[in-house]
Design a protein around this ligand. Structure first.
Ligand code: ADP
Length: 264
């Protein structure tokens, strides 16, 4: 509550009363707090790779560059950290664009099976490296109206997570379940799972169950926040079930037709 209080003084200077103006600012305050927390988080996240790039570059300039092996090793770190910064910044920009409805929704008729195949193909190397078994949708064609880029981004984020949080020789399954007006896109894995305590928080920006693990797999902590916003921009829903040590199942439910462009 925001309060402004002023005395109400009569003609002869006598105090006649008090004027109080009360404003309910709870919502504004809450939004301000969320925003400033986000800025603090972003700054912190950006600082880590920058500090590392700076430190290794300095050490190289101080003489480490004359040893070829060290030079190569440090440059590799600098490269990886810059790459991380790049990903982080593009995720932050994406999230802010989606939130401010600044990405136009291009709706077209799509075969979701094709989109799944195309997207998964970009992750083949990682899947093979971990010797993961991959089960793909059994349908040949499942049609829906959607924006291809956004749909790809949803699938890619979920599959990338499934790969990152599933130990070698595990299994990842992508399924499509059709109903008349809706479609379920299901990505499940036999990975490390998520505890009951963490489950409600994983869609928050920068929330990670295990920071070191997320970092190691190249995560930015923004993937699921982006997915959630994208799904909501389609008036869809996302749901997750998980058991620690057993695996996780993410279910995205999307309407199959879009009633006019709406990026809300
Ligand atoms: P990150 O870049 O860290 O993967 P996300 O927003 O994509 O960020 O996910 C947030 C957190 O949720 C992850 O750090 C991880 O702890 C947890 N998580 C997401 N997907 C899975 C999954 N398939 N299995 C286990 N944990 C997951």
């Amino acid at each position: 509550l925001d309060a402004h209080i002023a005395p109400y003084v009569g003609e002869n200077g006598e105090l006649r009363g008090v004027v109080a103006v009360l404003h309910d600012v709870t919502e504004t305050r809450r939004l301000e707090q969320i925003r400033s927390e986000f800025v603090a988080n972003v700054s912190h996240e950006l600082k880590t790779p920058i500090t590392s790039v700076k430190g290794f570059a300095e050490t190289l300039l101080d003489g480490a560059m004359y040893d070829e092996k060290t030079c190569r090793e440090f440059l590799q770190i600098i490269y990886e950290e810059s790459d991380r910064l790049h990903r982080l910044i593009s995720d932050i920009l994406d999230l802010s664009k989606i939130e401010q409805h600044r990405i136009p929704l291009k709706t077209e008729k799509l075969n979701v099976v094709d989109v799944v195949m195309e997207t998964v193909n970009t992750t083949r190397k990682r899947i093979e490296k971990k010797q993961l078994e991959l089960i793909l949708p059994e349908q040949k064609a499942v049609m829906m109206e959607a924006d291809k880029d956004r749909l790809q981004q949803i699938i890619l984020n979920l599959v990338t997570n499934a790969i990152a949080y599933t130990p070698e020789k595990g299994r990842i399954e992508i399924r499509l379940e059709e109903r008349e007006s809706e479609l379920d896109l299901i990505v499940s894995d036999t990975g490390i799972g998520i505890s009951k305590k963490d489950l409600p928080r994983i869609f928050e920006r920068f929330y990670r169950v295990d920071k070191a693990r997320s970092r190691q797999s190249g995560g930015t902590g923004l993937g699921l926040a982006i997915v959630k916003h994208l799904v909501e921009s389609y008036h869809g829903k996302i749901h997750v079930e998980s058991e620690e040590g057993k695996g996780s199942t993410f279910t995205v439910t999307l309407p199959r037709t879009q009633e006019g462009p709406d990026a809300a």
